[in-house]
Design a binder for this molecule. Structure first.
Ligand SMILES: [Ca+2]
Ligand SMILES: [Ca+2]
Length: 218
């Protein structure tokens, strides 16, 4: 019974069994965990928000600084005009922050209906100085005196813009000196030398250091 043929058949049957066992229905593919996390669910897309035009405030033009002006600031220092009982004239102090020349001040005073203040007496000088003075030691305000061209220097032929007599003077010590320091220019216009002094000085007509003038209304 244990012939080679029998053994061969036995081996063949066993191989067939093994073959069928290994080659039967394909084994189910093992479920492997995903290598990468699943993609996130698509996010909902929303249209860009729309803002009603009415909710957007209109662009406003930049505000112009009120304290910056292209021309000199002209403003009265005191209540518009003051009456001096000494002659019943009105006086007005006009402050020009950037300075002003005598010629410009003279024209401005006339445009206001008056003239640069003319001083006929010590009482008038004291009064006019009292309304124009301050504790600041700066060049004082223009007055209505000037020197006729070609006059003898430094004191010859000073006159008032009104033509009234040049009878009273209140020159500061050493003035008039007809010498603008440091330019050396001739001086032929009148002003209070300093804000804190009633004394006078002569200055060039083009000088713009005085920061105001005094108008007299008759
Ligand atoms: Ca002079
Ligand atoms: Ca002078």
């Amino acid at each position: 019974m244990n012939s080679p043929k029998f053994l061969q058949k036995l081996i063949g049957v066993m191989l067939a069994i093994v073959f069928l066992a290994g080659c039967g229905a394909p084994a189910a593919t093992p479920t492997l965990p995903p290598t990468f996390p699943p993609p996130p669910p698509p996010t909902a897309t929303f249209p860009p928000p729309t803002i009603p035009p009415t909710s957007i405030p209109p662009m406003e033009a930049p505000e112009t600084p009120k304290n910056i002006q292209s021309s000199p600031t002209v403003e009265p220092v005191l209540p518009a005009r003051e009456l001096w009982p000494g002659n019943n004239h009105m006086y007005e102090v006009v402050y020009v922050s950037g300075g002003i020349s005598w010629e410009a001040a003279n024209q401005s005073a006339q445009a206001r209906g008056g003239h640069l203040a003319t001083i006929a007496s010590e009482a008038e000088n004291d009064y006019v100085f009292s309304i124009a003075s301050s504790s600041e030691h700066r060049e004082g305000f223009w007055l209505g005196g000037y020197q006729i061209p070609g006059s003898s220097e430094p004191e010859g032929d000073w006159v008032w813009v009104t033509g009234e007599p040049w009878s009273y003077t209140c020159w500061d010590v050493g003035e008039p000196n007809n010498n603008d320091i440091p330019t050396g220019m001739a001086e032929e216009r009148l002003h209070f030398h300093w804000e804190d002094s009633p004394m006078w000085n002569d200055l060039p007509a083009s000088n713009e250091v005085p920061h105001g003038y005094i108008v007299e209304y008759e």
